[in-house]
Design a protein around this ligand. Sequence first.
Ligand code: WTA
Length: 652
Amino acid sequence: MTNNIEHVLEETRKFDPSEDFVAHSHLKSRADYDELYSKSISDPDAFWGDVARELHWFKPWDRVLNADNAPFFKWFEGATTNISYNCLDRHLSTPRKNKAAIIWEGEPGDQRTLTYHQLHREVCKAANAFKGLGLERGDRVAIYMPMIPELAIAMLACARIGAVHSIIFGGFSANAIVDRVQDASCKMIVTADGGHRRGAVSALKPTVDEALPNCPTVETVVVVRRGGNEIAMQEGRDHWWHDVVGPASAVCPAEELDAEHPLYILYTSGSTGKPKGILHSTGGYMVGTYMTSKYVFDLHEDDTYWCTADIGWVTGHSYIVYGILANGATSLMYEGTPNSPNEGRFWEIIEKYGVNIFYTAPTAIRTFIRWGDEWPNKYDLSSLRLLGTVGEPINPEAWMWYHRVIGKERCPIVDTWWQTETGAIMITTLPGAMYTKPGSAGLPFFGVKAAVVTEEGEEVDGMHSGLLVIQGPWPAMLRTLYGDDDRYVDVFWSKFKERGWYLTGDGAFRDKNGYFMIIGRLDDVINVSGHRLGTMEIESALVSSDLVAEAAVVGYPHEIKGQGICAFVSVPKGITPTEADVQKLRDHVAKEIGPIAKPDQIRFTDALPKTRSGKIMRRLLRDIAAGKETTGDTTTLEDFSVLAALREESED
Ligand code: WTA
């Protein structure tokens, strides 16, 4: 970590946007940004009120922000609106009516385009079908789907009738579905038979079937036919999408919902216990994602925008669906993986659809580098005008490659820092208004009071890293953890309680020009390929196996994934682990959580190194995991006794 800081501090390369870019961008200078930023801070009510008036409200608000019961903030209090209306109906009386809302490409190469008018009809039909199946305002719906248009349609249909969606990433296991469905008492699950990934059909409904016996609140399952794989349908409970949505009426007025009506729950890993259900509400989230989409991606009427994230993560919620469609832009959606049928797939899609704005993750960029420049070089990427990254720190080397090989030194890169909790982008450069710097996220977005502070809350100067905090509320912020207000207060607002600051869990520092550089998580969360995984979650998955007495999981630097997962495992007395056990444990974790949580390294030990007070010496384990590559001989029992004694004094 220290090396990383030194490395970035040495970074002196700066890139101004081209004159051509600035000529067409919403914001054209640092002065434009400064003016709007200072207005957003000095008079947030006026600022956010003006932004909100660009959208549709059935009834206007009485108050922009109610902070009386902080940190349970209310935005646009008293107003009613509907985000589905703002993403769809609002555009139908404009020339956007038959503009492409979603351009979709399936992995096998099939394609579909839904104009705003068509998407509106599909959403209304789905909403009517859901209502017909007994779904009501406030009910929770789990969505476990491949990246197909019906995923976006299901989200917008829920939002339209005030049902709360909880999307579960398609790579999660049956157990992970059970946890999430139970926590939110979901009444319905929307899924598909399967989707296409890596040239094959990856089944989804069978995983739902495995979860269902433990999901007593689920009354109905709606299944989209996509994979064509054989599945079981239970009479009375399971319905094909085409049977219920197909014949439904295309007339379904959007419900007038309170601005604070819950929109969705999205589970994410924290440093302790089970995943937390991040709860977002309607009005503030809508305004925040709308505004950030417009300015960070500099969206214009003729842009084709592509975010490669899966909608199962927050990036897809905010920047494939809600924020992008609220702007009336064209959002491209791709079902599959970047190397199917070959490593040129993404670049082929950019050429084929003339993509202008491309938003992806550093882990993907590092993978592209490994695959070689010849893949992007085969395609015409001249339509691109803006690039973005999200999810994890980007190393300057990967940034430069992105800039050179994909952006042809022509496209600004926005490195956007935010979280599931923040709902919308918080720190970034605004592409026409300021220079970019490799490895540096940039400046706070409008209304965001970001700071780097010590444990005691003192601002740190540029040479030192500290805790990244947000010093007050913002519209797209989470409202609570579903069903657990106390934990919400405790995790995010208790450290700097007196001052009312939000603790991000990330470390950062600022350069002399105020640009933020994000170092990464300071808590026990590992960021694997931009996906958050709690070490505790993986540990409890491991200890549920008979082969494991105790487990400690740490992250270590990984060339492609950013961080890899290393599990130190002590076995019960009398057991001598074999190479086959390594595979067994990896499969066990995949079954408990999902393949993304499979440890890259499993190291067996007689006992875990602990301090005298019994705390596992994680720093020591992190050093060991970082220092040694997997040798293949992972079954050797490690003896920590000497090391532990040596290191004991210095441990936290
Ligand atoms: C990390 C994803 C560095 C960070 C939108 C944060 C980043 C966590 C960046 C949230 C970035 C996200 N630079 N780190 N541009 N963006 N992160 O909830 O550690 O999946 O706390 O939201 O990802 O991950 P989440």
